[in-house]
Ligand binder design. Structure first.
Ligand SMILES: Cc1cc2nc3c(=O)[nH]c(=O)nc-3n(C[C@H](O)[C@H](O)[C@H](O)COP(=O)(O)O)c2cc1C
Length: 202
């Protein structure tokens, strides 16, 4: 039997609307609905992947935050095209998005950085993301060092920490079914606001 999310997928011509409706349903039932597997092309030409958190979403794209000097940051610098996938087990839905990716403005990163808990702000200074470190204790030592350095002060945003926005070129929605006749619907961008909708074999 179709649920209202599947019904909406069948009726809609706009993948942003479908994503918004599905995501808001996932937010009611999933512990971390914003977790998305982010795939990049490695500097060796092979695929790479890790989870990041979706922080913001509208027609301009999907925003996540990270360290620009991390492995993913360097990979995006080289090939500014990524894929992300969500799996929401509680509603048995998968969403895949592919698109170009760009850095958001420093001002926008600034606003988000200062909305974060103080510990997370200090951690952004302490962690040279993806760089080797002698031990976990060394990471804690660095955290403590920056905590002291910023005592009684605002923690500034590290210049290498900020947001990326993914501008979708295609969305694929999958309704998972027990009988393995999953419903897959691909939306391909034709221009700014026109999408081609295609049903795919599972
Ligand atoms: C659920 C979850 C959410 C995460 N969210 C983020 C995130 O929003 N930004 C981030 O930089 N790393 C996040 N991480 C850590 C990344 O998965 C990854 O380990 C880190 O960014 C380094 O990746 P890289 O070496 O490929 O650049 C998250 C990990 C998990 C398990």
């Amino acid at each position: 039997m179709k649920d209202h999310l599947e019904e909406f997928l069948d009726l809609s011509q706009d993948p942003f609307d479908v994503f918004r409706v599905w995501y808001s349903e996932a937010q009611k039932t999933e512990e971390i609905p914003s977790a998305m597997a982010l795939s990049t092309v490695g500097v060796d030409g092979n695929p790479n992947i890790r989870f990041v958190l979706l922080k913001d979403f509208d027609r301009n794209g999907l925003t996540f935050y990270t360290n620009y000097k991390s492995v993913k940051g360097r990979e995006i610098e080289r090939i500014s095209f990524v894929a992300v996938a969500f799996w929401w087990n509680s509603i048995k839905k998968q969403v895949k998005i592919r698109g170009s990716v760009y850095k958001i403005s420093p001002e926008e990163s600034e606003v988000y950085f200062h909305s974060r808990p103080r510990e997370a702000q200090i951690a952004a200074w302490a962690s040279e993301q993806s760089a080797p470190i002698e031990s976990y204790a060394e990471l804690l030592r660095r955290f403590e060092m920056f905590r002291k350095q910023f005592e009684n002060k605002d923690v500034p945003r590290p210049p290498h920490w900020g947001g990326y926005r993914i501008l979708p070129q295609e969305f694929e929605f999958l309704v998972y079914t027990q009988v393995r006749l999953h419903k897959r619907v691909l939306f391909e961008r034709q221009d700014e606001s026109l999408w081609r909708k295609i049903y795919l074999c599972p």
